[in-house]
Design a protein around this ligand. Structure first.
Ligand code: HEM
Ligand code: SF4
Ligand code: SF4
Length: 356
């Protein structure tokens, strides 16, 4: 019997068919751009053609109704063209200048928030959280909403020395950009996992479980046909749970978040940087996470007051020194911030140059 025809390996549709005609015409031939307001910019082509962009906040997790609303607006003002950015903002692409102000008015009337371009805070890159992931130790959507409500002025109007990129990951898998953001929230566990031994042999592959542990805390327990965990070596990463469901690490009372700062991905002035731990633990406090939000806002305010123009948070800290960062922010320096993993010697001070 003939197999039914199955279409496969067709890839995504060619993006070029979705470009506004002015982009198709000026593709690869843009001369310059100007940021007009924190939510609008204009690109000018070699031909003199212009394209206006209106950037609008989006919560990333969208209903089909909201997407249809995006489409309705794009059809009315942008000949049906729109795009989503790499930080999940929404951009309306306007070819006809006469439509720019009416578009902005309609967006405002409908409650859309315009902003995020230039030295401002833009959308928070974030993950699944309690909405959809089995390894989340905090929520993503709830935390991001709480953060952006408090930081909204920095999205719409309030200026900073440079852009501040924020990210949230709901476990140390770090899906997204937390390892390379100016300020990021990474959710953490704080206890050694427990194991339901009777399920181990049916649900887990022994070598995979042992190989999943970065500190080699796991060893076979042949008597139980399972594994045992050396509590002294475990630092609660949760990797073993990822490969073996009978290992349980979640704890609503003790899961929480850590805050890391100073990362960036671009190569402007300084090379890309990893973000570094400054606050090892803040407890989860849904639905508004007041302590986490306050800590982030405080770091942003101290940075805004002290950094030089164009300095990213990491560049600012490296200029003034980490001691000074901790004293300026009043964040307590705790032993958890001292690296004790494979390359720890690279992060220890091998110099007598420091500030009292
Ligand atoms: C009761 C016996 C077995 C159990 C419970 C078991 C369990 C597992 C589990 C849980 C995985 C990981 C799957 C994943 O990560 O999605 C796996 C992967 C794998 N197993 Fe087994 N396994 C068994 C026997 C075998 C045998 C007999 C072979 C080879 C002769 C084998 C070869 C593999 C290979 C090659 C993979 C990797 C496959 C991949 O990632 O694509 N397994 N197994
Ligand atoms: S960061 Fe962890 S918990 Fe969050 S979506 Fe990724 S794997 Fe799931
Ligand atoms: S939680 Fe992480 S460190 Fe602890 S035993 Fe599991 S894999 Fe190892």
């Amino acid at each position: 019997m003939a197999l039914p025809q199955r279409k496969t390996d067709i890839g995504p549709p060619d993006y070029k068919q979705f470009l506004p005609p002015v982009i198709q015409k000026n593709y690869g031939n843009w001369k310059y751009h100007e940021v007009l307001t924190p939510g609008t910019m204009v690109h000018v082509g070699e031909t003199g053609d212009k394209l206006w962009t209106v950037r609008v906040a989006s919560p990333r997790l969208l209903s089909t109704d909201t997407i249809r609303e995006h489409c309705d607006i794009a059809e009315k003002y942008c000949d049906g063209y729109l795009r989503y950015t790499t930080r999940n903002n929404l951009e309306f692409l306007v070819s006809d200048e006469k439509k720019l102000e009416p578009l902005k008015k309609e967006l405002k009337d409908r409650g859309f928030k315009m902003g995020g371009i230039g030295p401002h805070i833009t959308n928070v890159v974030h993950t699944q959280g309690w909405v959809h992931c089995h390894s989340a130790c905090t929520d993503a959507s709830g935390l991001v909403k709480s953060m952006m409500d408090e930081l909204y002025d920095y999205f719409e109007s309030k200026k900073l020395p440079n852009k501040v990129r924020l990210a949230v990951a709901c476990c140390v898998n770090m899906c997204g950009a937390v390892h390379c953001s100016d300020i990021a929230v990474v959710a953490v566990h704080t206890k050694v996992p427990t194991i339901t031994h009777e399920n181990f042999k049916n649900m887990c592959e022994l070598p995979t479980v042992i190989g999943s542990c970065p500190t080699r805390a796991i060893s076979p327990d042949p008597a139980k046909k399972s594994v045992k965990i050396n509590a002294e070596k475990c630092m609660y990463c949760g990797n073993c749970f990822t490969v073996c469901p009978p290992i349980s690490i979640k704890d609503p009372e003790r899961d929480g978040v850590a805050i890391v700062v100073g990362g960036k991905v671009n190569s402007l002035r300084s090379n890309p940087k990893f973000s570094k731990l400054v606050i090892p633990y803040i407890s989860n406090e849904p639905p508004r996470w007041p302590k986490v939000v306050a800590a982030i806002k405080h770091i942003i305010e101290i940075y805004a007051k002290n950094a030089k123009k164009h300095e990213r948070i990491g560049e600012w800290i490296e200029r003034i020194g980490w001691e000074r960062f901790f004293s300026l922010t009043g964040i307590e320096f705790t032993f958890q911030a001292i690296d004790d993993f494979t390359f720890m010697r690279d992060t220890m001070r091998t110099s007598s140059t420091f500030k009292w």
